[in-house]
Ligand binder design. Sequence first.
Ligand SMILES: [Zn+2]
Length: 344
Amino acid sequence: MDFSLFSKLAQIPSAPGREELLAEEIISEIKPYCDDVRIDRIGNIIAFKKGTVGNRIMVAAHMDEVSLKVRYIDDKGFIYFTLTGGIDARTLLSQRVTIVTEEHGLIPGVIGAKAAHYLTAAEKTQGVDAASLSIDTGYGAQEVRDMVSIGDPVVLDRVPRELGGDLFTSKAIDDRAGVYILLEVIKNMPKSHRNDIYFVFSVQEEYGLIGAEAATADIKPEVALAVDTTGALDTPGMRPQDYVVSLGKGIGITLADSTTIADRVLSKHLIKICKEKNIAYQLRVAARGSNDAKVMQRAGGAARAAALSVPVRYIHSNVETASKKDIDAAYNLVLNFLSGDFEG
Ligand SMILES: [Zn+2]
């Protein structure tokens, strides 16, 4: 895994509906390797590599990340927000954030918490109400109102770090891991391959799989593969039967989640590649969660669809944690799959 490339991608703010900074970076990385690269009206990047025979395979990773949205600025300049994409408000306390403005660039801020010395006994045991949290930018009300607009997105601010073993931590591993994997696959695909391949970097997944639905209707793929992340619950307090997936045990091949049953023929084919190429994998069946595979399966007519899920601990927080080995396994599986002759 090229950690410095991942790190660069992960630090670019890319809230749902405001993926343009990341899109710019992705396009500059992939342009030399594709037959065509375009952005559709909703903001998806659709990168095309022509095959020799020509069935359509769509592979997608989403560009957006969980984020906040400015909803109110008070008379002291504190900024109140809504949550986008399933963030636990407890994880926002005492965090740094970045406000993505229309015309004044990126503005740093912090979400402070009342100091422990002043908490009442009741406050110490209370949960965190997102509606009461606010962002402090250091600027006064007038300056904030001049620069920040209602509706501006706010993302978490974290520099990725390598941890022990082969683990690393970052914000937005969901789904910058998928974006990173597709970039590496695009760069390393063999020149000649059987199928037409559409690499889609989708928008607004965290808002309801919006971008992938539009792109699928456009491409009408016969085969569709989402490359995303999933919560790994192999952490203290959990039972092994509830882990869903574990870090370091390979790429998750999702057979079913709360909205999608993966195509059996495609799933079996992915497993066969893993066995033949010695790629570590784990089968995933989850009671919750959803990803772009849901809409890719049906939005362009019936497609054989499945999802690959990179295991991530503490998902949707600023300390998401994953394994480089699992990323490498996912890369190998996607590369071998797309280089092969699966037609659906
Ligand atoms: Zn995701």
